[in-house]
Design a protein around this ligand. Structure first.
Ligand SMILES: Nc1ncnc2c1ncn2[C@@H]1O[C@H](COP(=O)(O)OP(=O)(O)OP(=O)(O)O)[C@@H](O)[C@H]1O
Ligand SMILES: [Mg+2]
Length: 597
């Protein structure tokens, strides 16, 4: 099973942005290279039009205005119109291309990430909050593609614009150009340090944003508890604190990102001043034409927008990298390891009878022994109850049978087959499980039952509804079986939810039925009804029933008493009572409680 640990390589990649980017390129962007090349063509076209525009200014002054040449006016004007027209068409096409690729990649990133996450084992989910995962799935993947798109566009389009404008400037006068850029080298070190800092705080920002999602997830999932304990103000305040943190950190990021163009503007001002003094004198002396001067200054004025955007690229790249790193980290979480200890999965459909055997099974988590040398057996078709104090290890035993947990030592056999040799999905196709927690999706009652067996016929589902007493309440609902159960089954009562679960287990019709405290927190009338339904559902099935209430399980074929991870007693109710050990104590305690209540 998955350990949920990050691979060593991912740690290495985390430190190397180049490898992370390469990973995204190879897996998600590379296949679109032909269309990206077309995009580059149109970006280059759009960018180069700025150079042409500034150069056409020279002709405008030297050929039209200064010699007062009316006839050239139309042709120069037309050339300028053509430049703008080409620029607008190229701009539209390249933007469409970038958006198209971006959306394709975003979709595939989200799809692949969910595919990856959905197959990770529960230990991973024990450590990672759903809020974080939703944030990574929805926000980070979008940030990656949108930033990648705008960075790509800026690099190509503005890069080409910059080159074409500098070419015009150099062509007009290389000395003026050198003077204009004389201050640029001073910027290298501050910009480098700034980028490092932006990357660091962007990473922090992504973490706090994930905390915000966790907080929202907890608020909306726990809304009833929150109201019952009047925690609205408390939760609102902690949310406000997080929002304030995000606000401050975002301000820092924006400040950081905007600092680079600000630095460039400052250096540009110095350059301009130099050119004005040096170049202006050359114009006055007649050494250079007004057309030269205008073309140069247009080029310089036009350079600053692309240059500002290009200088932002490094900052935006760091912001993108923060998200890219986090999503990549999730992709690198180890996939479920085959728990076969070198053995291969049995490669065939298995239809169990449901004979279950635990042989010296121990389960250790960290340095805690959850189960200690458990050995017991359940013949097929029998009902076995697990009884014990809270935390004794009962639920863990069920998780071992379903393969959600893997024994640290020992083996579990079903019909003599070691379950570690059975592919987990194949194993689970033989098991129905009903637990206390919600197991319903926000679909109709009918669809929730059908989940048990996707190809179940309507007759099968209706039959199951009859046996499990679902019909009894669904008939009174507005759309009967086609009524939506609400988020996490909130439109149904606890007992009704469990009846839907029993109906699901019935259509599933598996040889093994596991029940983990399915009637806890229900009133005695609902419990009674459910007991009847369980009885029908467990007919001819190997059933393991965990119940804190001995009256529910006293007719079981066998009762296994668990204490501190060990089997301490085993037998039928009568014998266990006669033993006068833990079972007897638990029973007596409940008798007294029953009388008191
Ligand atoms: N994911 C986990 N990581 C670490 N320890 C765990 C984990 N899940 C359960 N445990 C520990 O394992 C022990 C047994 O838990 P388990 O849920 O099997 O008890 P239980 O008998 O079902 O209790 P209850 O009657 O309260 O449901 C507990 O002490 C619990 O703290
Ligand atoms: Mg339990």
């Amino acid at each position: 099973m998955p350990s949920g640990k990050l691979k060593k390589t991912s740690k290495k990649l985390k430190e190397d942005p180049y490898l992370v980017i390469k990973w995204y390129w190879t897996n998600y962007f590379k296949k679109y290279w032909p269309i990206l090349v077309i995009g580059i063509f149109f970006m280059s076209l759009e960018g180069s039009m700025l150079g042409l525009l500034s150069y056409s200014i020279k002709s405008m002054f030297d050929k039209v205005f200064i010699p007062s040449n009316q006839s050239a006016l139309i042709s120069v004007g037309f050339i300028i119109f053509l430049i703008f027209f080409l620029r607008s068409c190229a701009g539209l096409i390249q933007r469409l291309i970038v958006t198209w690729v971006g959306q394709k990649v975003e979709k595939s990133l989200q799809q692949k990430l969910l595919e990856k996450l959905i197959n990770l084992g529960l230990p991973f989910y024990d450590k990672t909050s759903p809020g974080v995962l939703i944030e990574r799935m929805r926000v980070d993947t979008r940030l990656i593609t949108s930033s990648a798109g705008s960075i790509f566009m800026t690099l190509v389009k503005d890069g080409i614009a910059l080159v074409s404008l500098i070419t015009v400037a150099l062509y007009v006068d290389w000395k003026w150009t050198v003077i204009a850029f004389i201050g640029a080298p001073i910027l290298v070190i501050p910009i480098f340090l700034l980028q490092k800092w932006i990357r660091k705080i962007s990473g922090e920002n992504r973490n706090i944003e994930a905390d915000l999602s966790i907080s929202l997830d907890e608020i909306f999932h726990g809304i009833s508890i929150l109201k019952l304990y009047s925690l609205q103000t408390y939760r609102l305040n902690s949310f406000k604190k997080l929002l304030e943190k995000v606000r401050k950190i975002k301000l820092k990021i924006e400040g950081g990102v905007a600092s680079t163009p600000a630095l460039i503007d400052f250096i540009a001002g110095i350059g301009f001043l130099g050119v004005m003094i040096f170049g202006g004198a050359q114009i006055v002396s007649g050494e250079k034409s007004i057309g030269d001067f205008m073309a140069f200054f247009t080029a310089m004025a036009l350079i600053f927008e692309p240059l500002r955007r290009l200088s932002n690229v490094a900052g935006n790249f760091q912001v993108m990298l923060a998200s890219a790193d986090k999503v990549h980290e999730l992709f690198m979480v180890q996939s479920p390891l085959p728990a076969t200890n070198g053995l291969k999965y049995i490669n065939k459909k298995i239809n169990f009878l449901g004979d279950i055997n635990f042989e010296n099974v121990s389960l250790i988590k960290g340095n805690k022994k959850i189960l200690d040398d458990i050995t017991f057996s359940i013949p097929s078709g029998q009902l076995v109850a697990l009884v014990g104090k809270s935390g004794a290890g009962k639920s863990s035993i069920l998780k071992l049978i379903t393969g959600i947990l893997i024994p640290t030592r020992g083996k579990i056999f079903i019909d003599g087959v070691d379950i570690s040799c059975i592919e987990p999905n194949e194993l689970r196709s033989n098991i129905s499980i009903i637990i206390q927690e919600n197991q319903l999706f926000d679909e109709t009652i009918y669809e929730n039952i059908k989940i048990g067996k996707l190809d179940a016929t309507k007759t099968e589902i209706l039959n199951a509804c009859d046996i499990s007493y679902v019909k009894e309440f669904s008939d009174n609902m507005p759309k009967k079986l086609y009524t939506k159960v609400g988020p996490r089954g909130s439109n149904l009562s606890g007992g009704q939810r469990q009846r839907v679960n029993i109906a699901r287990a019935l259509v599933r019709n598996c040889p093994i039925l596991l029940l983990d405290e399915p009637t806890t927190a229900l009133d005695s009338k609902s419990e009674e009804l459910l007991q009847k339904a369980f009885k029908k559902a467990s007919l001819k099935k190997t059933t393991i029933y965990i119940s804190h209430k001995i009256s529910n399980i006293k007719n079981a074929n066998k009762i296994v008493v668990i204490d501190k991870g060990k089997v301490v007693e085993e037998g039928i109710h009568k014998n266990l009572i006669n033993n006068k050990k833990l079972y007897y104590d638990l029973y007596n305690l409940q008798q007294i409680e029953g009388k008191v209540n």
